[in-house]
Ligand binder design. Sequence first.
Ligand code: 9WN
Length: 421
Amino acid sequence: TVRALDSITSEGELRRRAIHVLLTNWTGTYTVPSRTLYPHQWSWDSAFIAVGTARWSPRRARTELLTLFGGQWIDGRVPHIVFNPAVPPDAYFPGPEFWGARAPSGARTSGIVQPPVHAMAAWRVHLAEPDRAFLRRLYPWLAAQHRYLREARRMSGTDLVSIVHPWESGMDNSPAWDGPLAAVPAPPIGERRRDLAHIVAAERPTDRDYERYIELARAYRDGGYTGATAFVVEDPMFNAVYGAAEADLARIAAVCGADPTPHLRRAEEITQALLDRLWDEENGIFHARDVVTGELLPADSVSGLVPLILPGLPADVADRLIATAVDRFGLGDHLLPSYPPGGPAFELSRYWRGPSWINTAWLVLQGLRSRDPDLAAKLTAGMMEAVATAGFREYFDPITSEGHGCRDFSWSAALLLDVLV
Ligand code: 9WN
């Protein structure tokens, strides 16, 4: 009983601290991912933040999502950054001047997207406190977000959507992108990086990576934010989230009195296309496909486990994915790394090349809960242990839980609140 009491007390303490981080990062209309490193509104961050915020203030969670969609473009895209006009333009690079884009609302934004977790988030916000008026308002915007992906991003002509920049994957310097990025020219960018004012270089992407990120973004911008870039990739996590979000859009449509069937059909089509195009039967994991060369990209990444969230994933595929997560990613022994510790590109503390992140753990958890409750419980315990040991850091050493990246990182706090319930 003493043990049980200890763990209850520490869960209460974790919850209190998580809410404190979210309060500190709240601006009045949305939550910054980090006051120092990321002082604007980020697209998929806001979706994760809404999921956790709904656990203590559903009203704020609704505002978070509605504010983000205030940056939506006419074509339906939800930009990966909506810039805060009150923040000095040089606080983050590349800032509003570089992107040179405005939403119809007047908000200055970037021109690329991030994984469409938003319908998943909106559904969870509604479950925390049912609010049909909120869903009715958001549904057409979510539907437009998905229409943009379907119409502008099915670049292989299949049911999968492509990303045209590593930032769109949310896993910027994943080893999966090393091959396609090697082909991108990299003119020097000078001293413009701002991230290195806050975080040691060894925990961030390299200058070579940044040169390519900027070159790809410049080329896409100069093409009017349409068409392809030199980097066109079908990513398993992006597409799995897109499929799972269609399944949640069906639920949202039903509450709004709209027809859920097109969403359900699309969720099935996306699941099938993932199986046809990205499932690597030999290695028991989903791999990204380079749409420029047509080749599957060989690096394993946690992205390749996220299709577990698809409700229609066949049981034998799910079983193999879980086995891969246990055998190669150490799921059950420690927090889920972004890249397998035994792999040739593994780095303990460099961003998306090994460290564990709370958001990808949370996504995998959504798929594990019904399929393997024991492993799901271990993963939840791993998430709690990481933040109890290191605080709400941006990412963690997968073995020791040592914290890396920025402190008081919003989605680490928000998603912890969600799993503490
Ligand atoms: C570029 C905000 C974002 C996350 C991404 C993460 C990182 C930005 C950066 O921070 O990317 O979008 O400046 O490195 O990779 O997943 O959304 O938290």
